[in-house]
Write a protein that binds this ligand. Structure first.
Ligand code: SF4
Length: 117
C-alpha cells in the first residue's frame, strides 16, 4: 500500500500557482486550473490532446500543446486523466494527432474501455 492510498486528503492531486506570470497559460479551462502537470507527463507518449507537431531548432519533432487543457482542467479530473493514460504508456511516434483523437493504448488482450475519454 502506498501513502496516497491511506489518506483522504487529495491536495497532492493539484494546485494553482497564482503567482505564476503565465497563468492562465492555456485558454478555456473551466474548473480549477491545475498547474501540477505544467510539464505534461504525456509529452513523450501517445495522448488524446489537440497538439500540433513542429520541428525545433535541433531538428527534433515535438508537440506544441498550447491548445490542450486536459492536464489542467480541474484538480481531480486532470489527475485522473494523467493516471489513466500512464497505466500503459506508449511512446509517441512523432505523428500528427488523429481525428478522432488517439484512443488510450491498452495492453495486448485487455478489454476496450467503455468510458473512454
Ligand atoms: S496534447 Fe495535452 S495531453 Fe498530450 S502531451 Fe500535450 S499537454 Fe499532454
Amino acid at each position: 500500500m502506498q501513502p496516497k492510498d491511506m489518506t483522504k486528503n487529495e491536495a497532492f492531486k493539484g494546485f494553482t500557482n497564482e503567482a505564476c506570470p503565465f497563468l492562465p497559460c492555456h485558454q478555456g479551462v473551466k474548473r480549477e486550473f491545475n498547474c501540477l502537470f505544467c510539464y505534461c507527463p504525456l509529452i513523450a507518449y501517445e495522448c488524446p490532446g489537440p497538439y500540433e507537431v513542429y520541428t525545433d531548432k535541433n531538428g527534433l519533432t515535438r508537440k506544441d500543446c498550447s491548445a490542450c487543457k486536459l492536464p489542467h482542467d480541474g484538480y481531480l479530473q486532470s489527475w485522473n486523466f494523467i493516471q489513466k493514460w500512464l497505466e500503459y504508456p506508449v511512446v509517441w511516434k512523432g505523428e500528427k494527432q488523429t481525428d478522432p483523437p488517439t484512443r488510450r493504448p491498452r495492453p495486448p488482450g485487455a478489454p476496450e474501455d467503455e468510458d473512454e475519454d
